[in-house]
Design a protein around this ligand. Structure first.
Ligand code: GLV
Length: 315
């Protein structure tokens, strides 16, 4: 049996995999070239990967023996799951273990944008804070008591809702399937967009959700409202969002982008009305360890023909 790993992993993990299978591991921080991946998967039974490595139709077509793809991520939009299913390749991912960290970061962005945390930090570091407390310095908006609209109410959306209740927020939500959740009012998407002070995205990126927040949806948002995205960049039409932030009508807290890393030419970098993070929703030591352990458990289960602890479609 052979396992292909598309990113550098610790020696201890290599040792564990080597006890079960031959291992071919990409050691560079640069992404593995598709041509190399195609070459490596020719005799692979399993792939251990992350969200920066697309596994599309072409890669899958060159992997006749492949049984399992295990990704160290909850999102699977980098994998062609349709083709994987057609070819009976099982996909494992890492839901659950990153829920709390991602929900925490979502609240951090809401607070950072509302209370202008990054601007305050920059003001001091630049030496421009020269005259002490001022009645109008960096006035922002409260999270306490705000109306927050959650698009998507899976585990992360629900964990965000729980946290927001502690801030005395009114939480409204729209979801593909209506769920009932104490303290959350379900509304349609248009009502949510036009009512919320803060709109936060918690839905997977699929062909159906791609670009779901476009110019029309952004135009429905209230003046001064905030868009928070800790899900996937491509849910939003980034150019339309830039235009709204540039005009000063909307603000944003973003952890994810259409293109990652965010290109140097992106206008988002120049706009004070947004706080930008480099896709770190799950980036705590504890959570990343848990994700890696779950991905390894998925990998080994798949190799040995057992049910995966977190198989896509059952989680
Ligand atoms: C992070 O974005 C993930 O999908 O785990």
């Amino acid at each position: 049996m052979k396992v292909v790993v598309t990113f550098p992993i610790p020696d201890v993990a290599k040792q564990m995999i080597s006890e079960h299978a031959a291992l071919q591991c990409w050691e560079s921080e640069e992404s593995i070239p598709v041509s190399t991946l195609i070459d490596w998967v020719a005799d692979a039974d399993a792939i251990l990967t992350t969200l920066t490595c697309p596994i599309g139709r072409e890669v899958l077509a060159h992997a006749p023996q492949l049984k399992v793809i295990s990704t160290v991520s909850v999102g699977v939009d980098h994998i062609d799951v349709g083709v994987a299913a057609e070819r009976d390749v099982i996909v494992g991912h890492t839901p659950g273990v990153l829920t709390n960290s991602t929900a925490d970061l979502t609240l951090a962005l809401m607070l950072a944008v509302g209370r202008r945390i990054a601007e305050g930090d920059a003001l001091i570091r630049s030496g421009a804070w020269s005259d002490g407390w001022k009645p109008n310095l960096l006035l922002g908006t409260d999270l306490s008591g705000a109306t927050v609209g959650l698009i998507g109410l899976g585990p992360i959306g629900r964990a965000v809702a729980t946290r927001l209740k502690g801030f005395g927020c009114r939480v409204i939500a729209s979801n593909r399937t209506m769920r009932s959740l104490e303290g959350v009012e379900f509304v349609d998407r248009e009502t949510l967009l036009s009512t919320a002070d803060i709109v936060s995205l918690h839905t997977a990126l699929t062909p159906q959700t791609l670009g779901m927040i476009g110019q029309k949806e952004l135009a429905l948002m209230k003046d001064g409202a905030m868009l928070i995205n800790t899900a996937r960049g491509a849910l939003v039409d980034e150019a339309a969002l830039v235009a709204e932030i540039k005009s000063g009508r909307l603000r944003a807290g973003l952890d994810v982008y259409t293109e990652e890393p965010l290109p140097l030419t992106s206008e988002l970098r120049e706009l004070p009305g947004c706080v930008l993070l480099p896709h770190v929703g799950s980036a705590t030591e504890r959570t990343r360890r848990a994700m890696f352990e779950l991905a390894l458990a998925n990998l080994f289960a798949g190799l040995q023909g057992y049910d995966l602890p977190a198989r896509l479609g059952t989680t």
